[in-house]
Design a binder for this molecule. Structure first.
Ligand SMILES: [Zn+2]
Length: 262
């Protein structure tokens, strides 16, 4: 009897894992567009443009890998967040990839970070993040769970990648390079293609793809690669920023400490 129960449990896990891997369509969402430039006021490199460029480079790579690709925008137009989510949710066997670049008032802020919300999105986020970080000269700011509108309202696995800071001179320089944007697209695609292995491995710890684990406390990983002294110096400003974020997020539900991600 126990073996039957075990077998049933294993079958359930296996089917949950394969359900995660069976997507054939990818909805790419280049952040911002039109009057929504992204980033912070006065930012020199327009986020909406580099987001779109990376997304347009990602599309043929994924198509070549056999996926059907849907774009929430292919030109410099404004698409409301609700419309982006509606597009994503109209493809139940798809995954949703939001492409963004980060910004901060502190020009020293740098690195790649990847966001997810639903438990079933975690393996995809981890896979994409490790691929992008592995192929980029930028630091690793970690994979984070956050209730951004486009992540929370989508019913399919959804991931938002922040491909570096346009307010950081070095990362902005890279982002303006065609070769680097192509490299980012290739790494994001690599993360998508590599995902099945990760999904089946982590499904045992995630238990179920349908369980909402609730909003986890925010763990700031921005300083993991910096020295302790620097951490101490910056922790007070971090606290200030975090409290202003809490205020902001209650009204807009999509603002970040340092990014304007949606
Ligand atoms: Zn953005």
């Amino acid at each position: 009897m126990r073996c039957v129960v075990c077998s049933l449990a294993l079958m359930a896990l296996a089917s949950a894992a394969s359900a995660q891997t069976r997507f054939t369509t990818i909805v790419i969402d280049p952040g911002h567009g039109g009057f929504d430039r992204g980033g912070i006021p006065g930012q020199r490199v327009l986020e909406k443009n580099v987001n779109l460029d990376v997304a347009l480079r990602l599309k043929p790579i994924l198509e070549k890998a056999g996926y059907r690709v849907i774009m929430t925008r292919s030109t410099d137009i404004f698409v409301p967040l609700g419309s982006r989510v509606a597009i994503a949710n109209s493809y139940p066997n798809a995954i949703f990839l939001c492409i963004h670049f980060n910004s901060a008032s502190r020009s020293g802020a740098s690195g790649i970070e990847t966001y997810f919300y639903s438990t079933e999105s975690a393996p995809l986020a981890a896979s994409i993040h490790s691929a992008v970080v592995g192929g980029a000269p930028s630091g690793n700011r970690g994979v984070r769970r956050r209730g951004y509108f486009v992540l929370r309202r989508t019913t399919i696995p959804a991931v938002l990648v922040e491909c570096g800071f346009l307010t950081n001179p070095t990362e902005a320089e890279f982002a303006q390079t065609t070769a680097y944007r192509q490299k980012l697209a290739q790494e994001i695609a690599r993360g998508v293609v590599n995902r099945p292995t990760l999904a089946s491995r982590t499904s045992y710890t995630n238990r179920s793809t349908n369980v909402d684990v609730g909003l986890q406390p925010f763990i700031d990983q921005r300083f993991v690669r910096e020295s302790k002294a620097r951490h101490r110096r910056q922790s007070s400003s971090k606290k200030k920023k975090s409290s202003s974020t809490a205020k902001k997020s209650s009204s807009t539900e999509k603002k970040d400490v340092s990014s304007e991600a949606q």
